[in-house]
Design a protein around this ligand. Structure first.
Ligand SMILES: [Zn+2]
Length: 270
């Protein structure tokens, strides 16, 4: 599948693959090649979440309430189908600042992330960004444009599932690789797109979008010399901040409208 180079995707979409209905556009209007079905992705998400739950203990009740409060505010701003979905949100007891959202309606946050995200708006930045990857089908797109397609399909068809051969790479594909010692950074394009979607979501939910810049600065500082693994899967810090600043005026307008409409989340940080 190596010949699916990004520049060729549009051409492929308009020629060979329209019959497969594999082509779509992302929330920001990019042409995408998606070869896996929603069911397949949702199944991978469910398996990955289950694995994560088995690997890490749950954090305390007040952390759960806090993260669920922020997550609910974000979910309320999702497009219809995603908003109706029953999102499972869990905080895990682990120092490494990590967070993820998965196809099928799953969000996970390590307790260490709550030390890096200073307030509810910064946590909303993290969750909005991760949900942005899901809304824009980034895992599917990556699987469809890399040799990982074969890997994904073989893992799904094996009874060992995500625990078997290839399972760790599959976690990486879903953006959870940091915890499994395999780093598959999302591309810069995917990162920018997730940032933009996340910024709009947090602002529409009533969280101050300016805190997004501070979150990424905190994240940069958090690891001292070596940035946290979650950061390593999210490259290009400088470009990220200028991208966020470019979208800030629109986000501030959304934020003001949300506040005026009474969306003023007050999630108690433990
Ligand atoms: Zn990301």
């Amino acid at each position: 599948m190596r010949w699916f180079r990004p520049l060729a995707v549009t051409a492929l979409c308009t020629t060979m693959l329209t019959a497969l209905a594999a082509c779509t556009t992302s929330p920001t209007g990019r042409s995408q090649l998606l070869l896996m079905s929603d069911d397949q992705l949702n199944q991978m998400g469910a398996q990955a979440f289950d694995q994560y739950q088995q690997k890490l203990p749950a954090a305390d009740a007040s952390s759960q309430r806090y993260v669920q409060c922020v997550a609910q505010a974000i979910v309320a701003e999702l497009p219809g189908e995603q908003r109706q979905q029953n999102w499972e949100v869990e905080v895990f007891k682990a120092d490494e600042p990590n967070a993820f959202a998965l196809p099928g309606g799953y969000m996970g946050v390590n307790s260490g992330m709550l030390d890096v995200a200073d307030n509810q708006a910064q946590l909303a930045t993290v969750l909005g960004h991760e949900v942005g990857h899901v809304l824009a089908n980034h895992a599917n797109e990556r699987a469809s444009t890399e040799s990982a397609t074969q890997l994904g399909l073989s893992v799904l068809s094996s009874s060992a599932g995500i625990e078997g051969a290839g399972g760790e790479q599959l976690m990486g594909l879903l953006g959870m690789g940091a915890q499994y010692g395999i780093l598959l950074p999302f591309s810069r394009r995917h990162e920018s797109e997730a940032d933009m979607i996340g910024l709009r979501l947090m602002a529409k939910a009533g969280f101050d979008p300016r805190e997004s810049v501070t979150l990424w600065q905190n994240m940069q500082r958090a690891g001292g010399g070596a940035p946290p693994a979650w950061m390593s899967t999210h490259p290009s810090q400088g470009q990220r901040i200028s991208g966020l600043e470019a979208g800030m005026q629109q986000a501030l307008n959304d934020y003001q409208s949300a506040r005026n409409a009474g969306r003023q989340p007050n999630c108690q940080r433990p």
